[in-house]
Design a binder for this molecule. Structure first.
Ligand SMILES: C=C(OP(=O)(O)O)C(=O)O
Ligand SMILES: [Mg+2]
Length: 412
């Protein structure tokens, strides 16, 4: 059995050019596992803290100070690695070391175990998984917290080739829609300079309604019938619009306000008009009942929680009890430790909730999210469409397809 022989952290940079932590775990003096922590921009109130007071440097100090705790552990024993992480920081929200430290150590350890065993990471995460390719869910247009003023209020317009059965075709369909949408935007707005949001989706000066129309037009120009070969999805990230004092959703760019009831009808109207396959956080993160209404109204759509469920088993239990979603985003750094995220995944699957494993807006070039999506039986992989840190995840799907060990696409 392999044993961890060293743990070392360093400060590197994420896709926003911000400082983050990366960890190297080495087992048996030679098997390297490396992981780098991402960061969100639209962060759920119940997520763990990514960094403590003192920022990435404080996380690095915690990693360096605790490196000895991990020595001698089996890198593939996620429970033991998690327990050592909890000795480093036993606060519920990782306020001492930051969730980024827990994230990077636990994923780097799993990678080191995979290197030692000579198997893909997804096999270490679940040795019994019957692997399938999750459908890539690509951000083609960004707004909200991911793009500058003047961009749409809704955060993400997404595309997913749910009608295609080949992973390369599914990736290429997303890329084709992204390209075509760039052409549509240039045609409609001669001043459009090709700006993009944090996740690589175009960030035009347009309201949400115009943005949705142009995304649909791009799909149709390519000959895709919406809801057939290719479907649209939306991450409303509605907590960004929610104004608690007013008790209303304020769409300041789009120029309207929605009461809580109107917000449900607004989201329902978009789901119907554009035949969405995927609708995330359509109401704010504490509105479990509003989410439940949408879940009841649209059983054929993935009505997903992200800020609602924050990769927390406790929040998920509440959502399941209330029927607030039929799908949930899995972002390891919302939970901090990979161990807790995998427990969340198991509980979601047992509760009939479909999983969508996701990147963050401030990403890294790592591709572990691809393996986590496969290991958890996720139906979709929300990893963006373009940008080096986004295609890194799609390219890992292509590499894995060459091994011939993954049989077909996930059933949505
Ligand atoms: C990926 C997302 O953005 P962030 O990482 O900013 O939370 C999201 O909200 O789904
Ligand atoms: Mg989201």
């Amino acid at each position: 059995m392999s044993r961890i022989t060293s743990v070392r952290g360093r400060i590197v940079y994420n896709s926003r050019g911000s400082r983050t932590v990366e960890v190297d775990v080495i087992s048996d003096g030679k098997f390297l596992g490396r992981a780098c922590a991402p960061s969100g921009a639209s962060v759920g109130i119940h997520e763990v803290r990514n960094f403590p007071d003192g920022g990435p440097e404080a996380s690095l100090a915690a990693i360096t100070g605790s490196a000895g705790r991990f020595k001698g552990l089996n890198p593939g024993d996620s429970g033991a690695v998690h327990a050592a992480v909890r000795e480093m920081d036993d606060t519920p929200d990782y306020s001492i070391a930051g969730g980024a430290s827990a994230f990077a150590i636990t994923i780097a350890a799993a990678y080191s175990a995979a290197a030692a065993a000579g198997v893909p990471l997804y096999r270490v995460l679940d040795p019994n998984v019957e692997p399938r390719f999750p459908y890539p869910l690509g951000n083609v247009l960004g707004g909200g917290a991911h793009a500058g003023p003047g961009s749409p209020d809704i955060q993400e317009i997404l595309v997913c080739a749910t009608g295609l059965r080949d992973i390369r075709e599914a990736i290429e369909a997303n890329l084709a829609v992204h390209k075509e949408l760039g052409l549509v935007l240039r045609k409609k707005d001669r001043l459009f300079a090709g700006g993009k949001g944090d996740e690589g989706g175009w960030a035009p000066r347009a309201c949400s309604a115009e943005a949705l129309e142009m995304a649909a037009e791009a799909c149709e120009n390519l000959g895709y019938a919406l809801g057939k070969e290719v479907s649209l999805g939306v991450d409303f990230a509605a907590s960004t619009q929610w104004d608690r004092e007013k008790g209303a959703y304020s769409y300041s760019r789009d120029g309207f306000e929605n009461s809580p009831g109107e917000q449900i009808d607004y989201a329902a109207g978009i789901i119907e008009k554009y035949k969405l396959i995927y609708a995330e956080d359509a109401v704010h993160e504490e509105e479990f009942d509003g989410m439940a209404e949408l879940t009841r109204r649209f059983p054929g759509v993935l009505v997903a929680g992200d800020d609602l469920t924050v990769t927390s088993a406790a929040m998920l239990r509440k959502a399941v009890k209330k029927g607030s979603c039929n799908a949930a985003i899995l972002k390891v750094n919302q939970a901090g430790s990979l161990y807790d995220a995998m427990k969340f995944a198991a509980e979601a699957t047992a509760g009939g909730i479909r999983l969508v494993t996701s990147h963050r807006s401030g990403e890294t070039t790592d591709a572990h999210v691809t393996h986590i999506g496969i290991a958890t039986g996720s139906v979709m992989l929300k990893v963006g469409a373009v940008g080096g840190e986004r295609v890194a995840k799609a390219n890992e799907l292509i590499r894995l397809s060459e091994q011939g060990l993954i049989h077909g696409m996930a059933g949505i």
